[in-house]
Design a protein around this ligand. Sequence first.
Ligand SMILES: CCCCC/C=C/C(=O)SCCNC(=O)CCNC(=O)[C@H](O)C(C)(C)COP(=O)(O)OP(=O)(O)OC[C@H]1O[C@@H](n2cnc3c(N)ncnc32)[C@H](O)[C@@H]1OP(=O)(O)O
Ligand SMILES: NC(=O)C1=CN([C@@H]2O[C@H](COP(=O)(O)OP(=O)(O)OC[C@H]3O[C@@H](n4cnc5c(N)ncnc54)[C@H](OP(=O)(O)O)[C@@H]3O)[C@@H](O)[C@H]2O)C=CC1
Length: 280
Amino acid sequence: MRSELFREGLLEGKVAIVTGGGSGLGRAAALELARLGARVAICGRRREPLEETRSLAPDGAITVDVCDVREEQQVDAFVEQVLERHGRIDFLLNNAGGQYMVPAEDITPKGFRTVIRLNVEGTWLMTHAVATKWMIPSGEGGKICNVTLSPHHGLPGMAHSSAARAAVENLTRVLSIEWSRFNIRLTAIAAGHFETETLLTKYPEQVVRGVAKTVPLGRLGRPEEFAWLVAFLASPGGDYFSGAILTIDGARDNWFGPYPPPGLADESGKPPAEARRPRA
Ligand SMILES: CCCCC/C=C/C(=O)SCCNC(=O)CCNC(=O)[C@H](O)C(C)(C)COP(=O)(O)OP(=O)(O)OC[C@H]1O[C@@H](n2cnc3c(N)ncnc32)[C@H](O)[C@@H]1OP(=O)(O)O
Ligand SMILES: NC(=O)C1=CN([C@@H]2O[C@H](COP(=O)(O)OP(=O)(O)OC[C@H]3O[C@@H](n4cnc5c(N)ncnc54)[C@H](OP(=O)(O)O)[C@@H]3O)[C@@H](O)[C@H]2O)C=CC1
């Protein structure tokens, strides 16, 4: 299948890593990058979903490795394997991540560490390995894109993850400064609510039922909309983006709920306006 948006061969010759490529947003991104001609290495903890992603891509476009991004030795071995196989790494999407939903007072020390370790340490280990094993010593630089979370003004039930994603966003900013001398460009995609299988099945049913109503555009994001942004950043169109946090969330960061709010609009859907007062 061809990309619905970009020209064929746009990413020919490029090598990309997508962590968590076996499902949801990671799968959609890996497939779009592969459609555009990139060779894509995906990883995750379970082989089966990764193999399924590979089976959906053009022959030979995607390679699969089991790797837990929290484990330094596994990350090192994975990055070395990709370099042995493909000889270069142009683009890294740190997509593996997540959390569980729970009131903050019920987060145990182990639970907090678990979420920080996955999102912050996992992102850092992969970023550091790719930078020090290829992007810096090769002199070629490259692009690293981290996946974070919108809303930025706090997501109740996800205190650990909100803290972790803020850390990743600041890491993105500081590395974009430090590593500009190596031509490494870093961005973060702050994803709002996307209709992935995990989002639809992992969280409490009553939360999932109402989640689209927390988005001004009134719907969840589609995985391909995320994948197109990733492909754009990997393409020459993304060459001058660095240090930016790109929020893709149907305006969720700016308002909680559909707009206009239910019950406030007129029959045509127009929000209310105050009457003009006569000038004094
Ligand atoms: C509807 C609103 C949506 C908001 C936006 C959402 C965005 C998304 O991110 S959707 C995609 C989410 N995807 C994922 O979260 C996938 C990755 N997540 C995971 O793998 C797990 O959820 C993980 C983050 C907990 C990590 O798993 P693992 O390393 O296997 O950890 P354990 O299951 O062994 O748990 C360790 C530790 O963590 C605490 N804990 C885990 N789950 C819960 C829970 N449901 N409730 C309370 N505490 C939990 C707990 O301390 C665990 O230790 P033990 O108690 O000893 O088991
Ligand atoms: N869907 C949404 O609305 C939003 C998603 N996000 C973020 O986007 C990313 C993708 O989300 P989504 O596709 O919905 O969720 P998924 O749960 O489908 O994706 C998470 C992927 O990461 C992999 N993964 C988890 N832990 C590890 C680990 N320790 N090492 C390697 N891989 C791991 C999982 O595979 P495996 O279990 O086999 O390891 C899975 O393929 C996540 O970071 C998520 O938090 C952010 C905001 C909103």
